[in-house]
Design a protein around this ligand. Structure first.
Ligand SMILES: Nc1ncnc2c1ncn2[C@@H]1O[C@H](COP(=O)(O)OP(=O)(O)O)[C@@H](O)[C@H]1O
Ligand SMILES: [Mg+2]
Length: 323
């Protein structure tokens, strides 16, 4: 299918890269990593010092996109754009160092299996130190885009702040949890959900957005990204003609072409319906990103996502040159 990377829909993508911390989540396989990388490239092209993060991923997906494996320490992949992988053990070491303020002591503590003790004693400790590191990194960049785990796991991870506040009245864990809740409340901290034009995925997206509202308020969800969409290309008379032809006799190649048309029409309907449901049920704008031709490399997909977002952004971008 020949598809252009034109983005449609009224949503202005500018809100995404005007953020300081942007969490990207959604059902598995919807395009979270691609969208996170796309937003990162666009923000970098606009001159914002940008960091795209994966959270403690054993096999970081960003490697396939940027050709560089993200390490705990951010690595610059192009002008204004860095990537990193927040390995939790390293984050724990940094966190301990920040609160104990004595690197030598920290190394001793870590060697004394405090890691497992700490983990057993503190629910969500892993998530908490990883998010602490995200906050620490956010101080050095204009924008940090976080490629989060899939929907439910992302909400559970971010809820660790509230859980920890219920458990600790004071101390370093409490302070970290308080900082996190403050972060969620910032106007430039946002969460975006990536969906697909499929009923099950739309259901899960609606459910996740509601859970965010209930469990993570006042964390903002400014828009939903509807990825791999098929924006309308057939006019009403064309659709009518297609139905008439499909109802009549045809064989061989003609039949195949008509069936391809039917498939295209069905995808367009699925996109329109998904967009409508997301808009109506969540009262959120939907940014529609088209399905891109199969077989294109991960970087090309990200490049086209970036271009599509740039087209519906009110902020001028110059996408020439690296980025
Ligand atoms: N709009 C799109 N059109 C075509 N392929 C896409 C699109 N968005 C993402 N992909 C591809 O789909 C696959 C899954 O995307 P990915 O970003 O890794 O999803 P997730 O992080 O949600 O698991 C990747 O191969 C990616 O290149
Ligand atoms: Mg991913």
């Amino acid at each position: 299918m020949a598809v252009t990377a034109a983005a449609t829909g009224a949503a202005d993508s500018a809100v995404l890269f005007r953020s300081r911390v942007l969490f990207v989540s959604g059902k598995g396989g919807t395009g979270k990593t691609s969208v996170a990388a796309g937003i990162g490239r666009l923000a970098a092209a606009q001159g914002r010092r940008t960091l795209v993060l994966e959270l403690d991923n054993q096999r970081p997906s960003l490697t396939g996109i940027f050709g560089t494996r993200p390490t705990y320490a951010p690595v610059e992949v192009s002008k204004n754009l860095s990537i990193a992988n927040v390995v939790w053990v390293d984050a724990l070491g940094d966190w301990l160092e920040a609160i104990v303020n004595l690197p030598r002591v920290v190394r001793l503590i870590m060697r004394n299996h405090i890691v497992s003790v700490f983990l057993e004693a503190t629910p969500g400790a892993r998530d908490l130190v990883v998010l602490w590191r995200v906050m620490a990194l956010a101080r050095s960049y204009d924008l940090v885009v976080v490629d989060m785990p899939a929907s439910g796991n992302a909400v559970a991870m971010l809820s660790v702040a509230h859980t920890a506040r219920g458990l600790f009245e004071q101390g370093p864990i409490r302070r970290c949890a308080d900082d996190l809740v403050n972060l969620y409340a910032q106007a430039d901290t946002r969460m975006v959900l990536v969906a697909l034009p499929e009923e099950m995925v739309v259901n899960e997206t609606v459910e996740t957005a509601r859970r965010i509202g209930a469990d993570l308020a006042p964390l903002r969800v400014p828009l939903i990204v509807l990825n791999r969409a098929t924006p309308p290309s057939l006019s009403a008379p064309e659709t009518t003609l297609l139905s008439a032809l499909l109802a009549g006799p045809s064989d061989g190649l003609a039949r195949e072409v008509l069936e391809a048309g039917r498939w295209e029409a069905e995808l367009e309907v699925a996109t329109a319906e998904s967009q409508k449901r997301l808009t109506e049920e969540l009262k959120l704008p939907v940014l529609v990103l088209p399905v891109l031709a199969r077989g294109e490399g991960a970087l090309r997909v990200v490049g086209q996502i970036t271009a599509a977002m740039a087209r519906v952004s009110s902020v001028p971008v110059d996408l020439r040159g690296g980025g």
